[in-house]
Design a binder for this molecule. Structure first.
Ligand code: NAD
Ligand code: DAU
Length: 350
């Protein structure tokens, strides 16, 4: 029996973590604490939101009193912290928002947990879900290991690096039982269509241009989100307190190569002649400070916790495309802003 607070679970990865934990650990009580920013969507968990072991609290992690009340109300044992501003391009236009949520919000959550667990810190877990972007950028070779020095280069990655440092500082200073993981790029269902894969799926479907930043030769390591949720389960249950685990897909792609695979699969599924959607490719101005290459050495989690991705990239991508094509209404609501009305009506009834 556990009462787990999962922050940011109305977002992309958090919703998969809730779904995974609810089905695998039916005795756990899961509390989703989410502010419902543009990226938070109650529809992401509509399939399970009537489950009596699941609870939703619309709270900002920066609001100390409200966070404290939720922790007390549900007698929270452990926290899996995912709530964040997560999009690099938005961090370039509005860095302050990223400091507020990702840095101050994380410190706020640490303080609320520390206050509540103070007499009994050892029997709890504060798990911070972080990103590989804290390590900076790689040249043509090499991999990020858990010992790679931090070198964040965007306001987003700087805010995540800062929050990682605070989490570790709370271990050393106060004995807070923390765990961390740093993961590569996720893809899958329920991802807000500002990120490369859902944006391009939606644009191919609607015959809209595919904006490729710079020369398209940037490299990312892609992981199916369901496999990230499985890894979070392993780190939460089997990972050592105070340790960091890198999580990656063993799956590096240059953006243009990935876009060609996506176009191939999409054209086949849409019944287009092969290669039809290539004409949508449009090279646009590069992202400022664009990190050249991310690649994860995930051998620690593989050796110590026995985790590996469960699907190939082609399989994961195919499942992902199928989900977006079958859930047109989700995409329309998210892109039209109509889903905000849904939130308001849902919220009145709670
Ligand atoms: P997302 O943007 O889809 O979801 C973020 C969620 O956090 C939303 O539901 C949003 O409403 C909520 N939120 C934002 N600010 C909040 C606040 N002040 N108070 C409460 N809730 C708030 O993000 P995601 O892609 O699911 O990422 C989740 C976490 O995983 C983030 O911490 C991110 O840094 C990390 N991560 C993401 C990836 C990726 O590829 N998406 C990879 C590695 C790590
Ligand atoms: O590495 C983990 C990180 O992956 C997470 O921490 C972030 O939350 C997540 O957003 C993601 O960051 P990226 O910046 O790598 O993801 P994004 O989908 O924005 O971009 C992937 C690559 O595609 C990157 O090289 C930029 C490029 N791109 C992106 C968009 C949105 C384009 O060429 N065109 C686009 O329109």
């Amino acid at each position: 029996m556990q009462n787990i607070l999962i922050t940011g679970a109305s977002g992309f990865i958090g919703s998969h973590v809730v779904r995974h934990f609810l089905s695998k650990y039916p005795d756990y009580t899961l509390v989703n604490l989410d502010k419902l920013t543009y990226a938070g969507n109650l529809e992401n968990l509509r399939d399970i939101d009537q489950n009596e072991k699941y609870h939703f609290e619309k709270v900002d992690i920066c609001d100390f009193d409200a966070v404290q009340k939720v922790i007390q109300k549900y007698e929270i044992d452990s926290i899996i912290h995912l709530a964040a501003e997560s999009h690099v391009d938005r961090s370039i236009s509005n860095p302050t928002e990223f400091v507020l949520t990702n840095v101050l919000g994380t410190v706020n959550l640490l303080n609320a947990a520390k206050d509540y667990w103070k007499d009994d810190l050892d029997n709890h877990i504060f798990y911070h879900v972080s990103t590989d972007e804290v390590y900076g950028t790689l040249g043509a070779t090499g991999l990020f290991t858990e010992d790679t020095p931090y070198d964040p280069r965007s306001p987003y990655s700087a805010s995540k690096a800062s929050s990682d440092h605070f989490v570790r500082a709370y271990l050393h200073t106060y004995g807070m039982p923390v765990k961390l993981s740093n993961c590569s790029n996720n893809y899958g269902s329920h991802q807000f269509p500002e990120k490369l894969i859902p944006l391009f799926i939606n644009n191919i479907k609607n015959k809209k241009s595919l904006p490729v930043y710079g020369d398209g030769k940037y490299t990312r390591d892609w992981l199916w989100v369901v496999d990230h949720a499985r890894a979070i389960d392993d780190v939460f249950h089997k990972g050592k307190v105070g340790e960091t685990y890198n999580i990656g897909g063993f799956n590096e792609w240059q953006n243009m190569d990935l876009i060609h695979v996506l176009i191939e699969q999409m054209d086949a599924k849409l019944g287009n002649a092969p290669g039809t959607s290539k004409e949508l490719i449009t090279y646009v101005k590069d992202r400022p400070g664009h990190d050249k290459r991310y690649a994860i050495d995930a051998s620690k989690i593989e050796k110590e916790l026995g985790w590996r991705p469960s699907v190939t990239f082609e399989e994961g991508l195919s499942k992902t495309i199928d989900w977006y094509l079958a859930n047109e209404e989700w995409m329309e609501n998210v892109t039209s802003g109509h889903y905000r009305k849904y939130y308001e009506s849902m919220y009145v009834h709670r």
